[in-house]
Design a protein around this ligand. Sequence first.
Ligand code: 4AD
Ligand code: MG
Length: 477
Amino acid sequence: MRHTKVKDLLNSTTTLQEINAKGWVRTFRNNQFIALNDGSTINNIQCVVDFENTPEETLKRITTSAAVSVTGDLVESKGAGQKYEIQVKRIEILGDSDAEKFPIQPKKHSLEFLRENAHLRVRTNAFGAIMRVRSVLSFAVHQYFQEKGFVYVNTPIITGTDAEGAGEMFKVTTLPSENAPKNEEGNVDFKQDFFGKETCLTVSGQLVAETYAMALGQVYTFGPTFRAENSNTSRHLAEFWMIEPEVAFNDLTDNMDLAEDFIKYVVKYAVDHCGDDLKFLEGRLTEEEKSKPQAERSEMPLLEKLGFVIENNFKRVSYTEAIDILRDSTPNKKKKFNYIINEWGADLQSEHERYLVEKHFKCPVILFDYPANIKAFYMRLNEDGKTVRAMDILFPGIGEIVGGSQREERFDVLVEKMRVLGIDEEELWWYLDTRRFGSAVHSGFGLGFERLVLFVTGMTNIRDVIPFPRTPGSAEF
Ligand code: 4AD
Ligand code: MG
């Protein structure tokens, strides 16, 4: 018999005879009421077991997280809070679960404990909701760009290029390493290894996406990227997903417009399509807020915060203006920043970014025209000779969610910049070809997908919005 998804049963417009549902037991009360969840929705369906006519042996096997199949009628529920329930006629235990040993008990567990059980945490309401929201957001990303005629490009994961020039890459070698060709010092000889050169996992698909934008006009990537930066923070992963649009003939203002429109679209899409999950996450957050000191509580409930971002313009501020604001500011009456900015040219720390967004402007901020020497080599130099057409989008509670720029389209200026930074021209011969043959103004940006999911779900640690997080010292599962 084909089973019906719990979501469809709960959304039914009539009672139904002889339906079958399959899922996992969340709770079993009074030897009679199963709360059944199948992952299709945050909501459980109540299944009422005819305990008098069900063998004692079977009743004993209805335990938390057991997989069961129930057959019966969908009837109106007398209980509060739900329209329908299943009057069970037959129940089959598909897979037993030893309730004593099952790590996730029906009580509140810490997020740290749940991270250690990342393969089972998805059976909780919160993680079910987060992962459904994540999935809907990735669909929205594709829908947005596809509706606008962008071409989805799959850029390579194994690469010889450090696209950001930050030296934070994971090396790729063949295994078993004892068989890999060695040089005189006993290290892997990459010239003789699989690819004939040293290769790494990509930190960004941008440079190759640029070559495609210069033929297809508007392209985007959406794939995993890897960074070996040793930042053990709640905002950094060693493996994260990035969305990188790249558009020919767009300047920095067009780039800002695109990024703002894109973010608003995907956030709205989640609000429109994940109502139950977001309401649940908002409730969870409200509970959490109550346990915090007043000063640290967020001012807006989750859905209001999302609505605010959808409806209001992001504030666009140049780096120079931002520095002036930060120089004159004291985050609270007693304390200055940990890192005080005195000089124009200093890089902003996350405390500064969050001050600008959360305390000063109280809305998402697009910072642009950064000093050239704190940004990547490929950014378009401004006429002042010292700033580049870079933009970072800063979000409340998150900090940097987007990094992007107008690209240096002038061959000579780009080559000179690479020379100053010691970037090998021969390594990037193919990249320079875009500037040799039909170069044009073009721009793009990268949005860290997990930071977006953090914002939309209201979670505070990036390890909780990706199924199996990779961070320094941790690559379980
Ligand atoms: O600012 P980033 O380094 O920019 C680039 O990689 C450009 N190539 C993008 C482009 O112009 N096509 O990274 C872009 C975004 C950041 O704003 C942040 O949201 C996210 O990627 N990000 C990370 N997310 C999680 N963990 C990390 N370690 C991240 N590093 C960057
Ligand atoms: Mg950045």
